[in-house]
Design a protein around this ligand. Sequence first.
Ligand code: XBP
Ligand code: MG
Length: 253
Amino acid sequence: MALEALIFDVDGTLANTERDGHLVAFNIAFKELGLDWVWSNELYHELLNVTGGQLRIKYYLSKYNTSFQHDDLDNFVASIHKLKTSIYVRLMDEGAVPLRPGVERLFNEARASGLRLAIATTTTPANVDALIANTLGKEALDWFEVIGAGDVVPKLKPAGDIYTYVLDKMNIDADKCLAFEDSQNGIISATQAGLKTLITVNEYTNTHEFKGACVVLNNLGEPTKAFEVIKGQATEAKFVDVAYLQELHAQHC
Ligand code: XBP
Ligand code: MG
């Protein structure tokens, strides 16, 4: 089965948006609203076990701030999250977060070789648009045949729904695609949708197990700076290009 499409997660995979975007935006939003909540990097690492910003805030309240009370918690959390999204978009507009090594190069090579591209993420659609537009230019949003984001499906990752949604929209079988993820919740989601997955870890996810991954790398690598293989077979390759992906996809993983 030939490789025809690449489906990318966003947060942590395309860029280190969790640490330099979402976490920063959450804390600014809390402050602007007069809340005395401050999420440290260490706490955020733990909170990342829950995907989706609103669910993450509720998880924080249920586990780390149990004395906080509100009569209408759902609406309150939704309003915090709305502010957080606008702050996140502003941070992206300011160029706060660059793409990870190899991402832009791989997009260009994949496009040149006719591979189809898509996105599958649990983050809010405006966040994806802001990251892509500010790193690659507005026109790059058209590079992706489908951008599956946020609550377009009822169940966020680790459920497979967002990947299944993207595959349906693309009208393509899972065995013709490769997914790119950075987290345990992400690989569970992709695997549930029947996808083979390449992992690039980051500081929050480098201890995750990644059972079933085709390969686990530190990043996609560049011709001038090779990737490191954390789990999986090392080959002659120094950076992820289309030939590397075709070989990976042909493997049993
Ligand atoms: C991303 C997420 C998102 C972001 C926050 O997970 O979990 O919740 O952290 O975005 P993945 P929102 O990389 O697996 O898609 O605040 O917009 O929900
Ligand atoms: Mg991710």
